[in-house]
Design a protein. Structure first.
Length: 77
């Protein structure tokens, strides 16, 4: 989930210069990805119980720690 500044607007503005729609669309897609808007929409599209959310976050943390341990092991062997 992306953090937002209190003063910033949720709207994305892209100026189209010299009818370069392809370039403006590319910039728009990059900004949407950076802001995490698609992830937020996906998360809010259906209700997940708090226990299920905790379980998911716990499994993600386990995978992350396993990956970190594998990287450490590879450095020394």
């Amino acid at each position: 989930m992306a953090k937002r500044n209190k003063g910033s607007s949720d709207l994305l503005y892209i100026k189209v210069k010299d009818n370069q729609i392809e370039q403006a669309l590319k910039i728009f897609k990059q900004r949407v990805k950076e802001n995490g808007l698609l992830l937020e929409i996906k998360e809010k599209s259906f209700y997940t119980k708090p226990s299920e959310r905790r379980r998911t976050m716990k499994s993600i943390a386990k995978l992350r720690s396993k990956k970190d341990l594998d990287n450490i092991y590879k450095k020394f062997h």
